[in-house]
Design a protein around this ligand. Structure first.
Ligand SMILES: Nc1ncnc2c1ncn2[C@@H]1O[C@H](COP(=O)(O)OP(=O)(O)OP(=O)(O)O)[C@@H](O)[C@H]1O
Length: 348
C-alpha cells in the first residue's frame, strides 16, 4: 500500500521564530522525494508534522487524499525511521520487527512469519534470533527499516537514517533502499543534508531554505537550472557572472555570451556549474574568459581551479594532474548548453 503524500501551506513557529513559512510539497504514490536543506532549517519538523508528533500552526497533510489533521501518530499510516534505530533491547531482532504487527492485533505466529519475510527483505533473515546489542550499526538500521515496513505504512518517513553510519555501510544502505523501493514501492519522504545522498536515492529533491521550498526538481535541474542564487549556492555552485540579458544573450564584463534558450530581458546572473567549465590555454579562440589562476584546491582526485577574470573570480575543475599552477594565465570555456541565467530584481 502506498499513497500520495500532500503537504499544503504548512506553517510552524517556535517561540516567535517562524521555522516553516508555508510548505507545499507532494510526493507521488510510490515515489521518493528528498527534503534537502542546511542544518536547522526545519526538515525534521516537516517529518514530525507529517508523522503527527507535532502540530502545525496552519496547513494540512493528506495521504491518499485522507486528511491526517488531528489523527494520532499510530492512526496516520506513516512510519518514521530516524538517525538512531531505537530498537527494543530486550526483544529479539524478529520480535522487534513483529512488534507493529502484534500491536495491530496479529497472532504471535502470524506476526513472526510476516516479520521473517520483512527481515529477508533487508537481508537479515539469518539474524532473527539475535538481540539488537549484538548487531552492527548498519544491521540495526536494517532492522529499523524492516520494522517500519512491517507496519505496512502508506508513507515511509526517513530522517537522516544513514548519517550515523560510516561511508561504506552508507553506500550499502543506499543500495538496500533502492532494492526496497523496487520490491515494495513505499511512498518515501527522506530528510537529508547530504546532496549526494539525495541524488542517489530520490526521484526529485525539494530544497528547503528560509522556511520555504525554494525549488522542487530533478537533481540535474537543481544543479544546472537553479531557480535562485540561493539554490545555486546551496548546491555548491561557484560560477556567477553578473550582467543583463539582451536579445537572447547575456551581456557582462565578459562581453556578449549567447544563451541556449530564451531568458527574460533585464538584470540577471549567468551561472554555469564549475564541473562543466572548460580550462584551455590563454589565447585559445574558444575561451569565453581569460584570467590568472588565484588558487588551486584539491577535490579528491580532481582540483578546483579559481581564476580571476574581468567578471570576478570564476572556477573550473581540472582532472588528475591537470591543474595549472597558481599565477598562470588560462582561458575558461562556458559551454553554451550549460549557460543559465537567474533573473535579478531591477535595482532601485
Ligand atoms: N520543539 C521545539 N521547540 C523549540 N524549537 C524547536 C523545536 N523543534 C525544532 N525547533 C527549532 O526549529 C528549527 C528547525 O529544527 P529542525 O530540527 O526541524 O531542523 P533540521 O533542518 O532538521 O536540522 P538538522 O539538519 O540540524 O537536523 C531549529 O531552530 C530548532 O531549534
Amino acid at each position: 500500500m502506498s499513497a500520495e503524500l500532500r503537504v499544503e501551506g504548512l506553517r510552524r513557529g517556535f517561540g516567535g521564530a517562524v521555522v516553516l513559512d508555508g510548505i507545499d510539497l507532494t510526493v507521488p504514490a510510490g515515489g521518493c522525494v528528498a527534503l534537502l536543506g542546511p542544518s536547522g532549517t526545519g526538515k525534521s519538523t516537516v517529518l514530525r508534522l507529517v508523522a503527527g508528533l507535532d502540530t502545525p500552526d496552519a496547513g494540512r497533510v493528506t495521504a491518499g487524499g485522507r486528511d491526517l489533521s488531528g489523527l494520532a501518530p499510530e492512526r496516520r499510516g506513516t512510519a518514521l525511521v530516524g538517525q538512531r534505530p531505537r530498537l527494543f533491547p530486550h526483544l529479539s531482532v524478529l520480535d522487534n520487527v513483529a512488534f507493529p504487527l502484534a500491536v495491530a492485533g496479529r497472532r504471535r505466529g502470524a506476526a513472526r512469519a510476516e516479520a521473517a519475510g520483512h527481515l529477508d527483505l533487508v537481508g537479515l533473515g539469518d539474524l532473527a534470533r539475535r538481540r539488537p546489542a549484538t548487531l552492527s550499526g548498519g544491521q540495526e538500521q536494517r532492522v529499523a527499516l524492516a520494522r517500519a515496513l512491517a507496519a505496512n505504512p502508506a508513507v515511509l518517513l526517513l530522517d537522516e537514517p544513514f548519517s550515523a553510519l560510516d561511508p561504506g555501510v552508507r553506500a550499502e544502505m543506499h543500495r538496500l533502499l533502492a532494492d526496497l523501493r523496487s520490491a515494495v514501492s513505499p511512498t518515501v519522504l527522506l530528510v537529508t543534508h547530504d546532496r549526494q545522498e539525495a541524488a542517489a536515492l530520490a526521484d526529485t529533491v525539494a530544497v528547503l531554505l528560509d522556511g520555504r521550498i525554494a525549488q522542487h526538481d530533478a537533481v540535474e535541474a537543481l544543479h544546472t537550472r537553479p531557480a535562485s542564487l540561493a539554490v545555486h549556492r546551496f548546491l555548491g555552485g561557484l560560477v556567477e557572472v553578473p550582467g543583463r540579458v539582451e536579445d537572447g544573450a547575456h551581456v557582462s564584463a565578459l562581453g556578449r555570451l549567447v544563451l541556449p534558450c530564451p531568458a527574460p530581458a533585464g538584470p540577471g546572473v549567468l551561472v554555469v556549474r564549475q564541473e562543466a567549465v572548460g580550462l584551455v590555454t590563454a589565447g585559445d579562440p574558444a575561451a569565453d574568459a581569460t584570467g590568472a589562476v588565484g588558487r588551486v584546491a584539491p577535490r579528491g582526485a580532481r582540483s578546483l581551479v579559481e581564476v580571476t577574470t574581468a567578471a570576478g573570480t570564476l572556477a573550473a575543475e581540472a582532472g588528475p594532474g591537470l591543474a595549472p599552477p597558481v599565477g598562470a594565465t588560462v582561458g575558461l570555456v562556458l559551454p553554451v548548453a550549460q549557460r543559465w541565467v537567474v533573473a535579478q530584481p531591477a535595482a532601485g
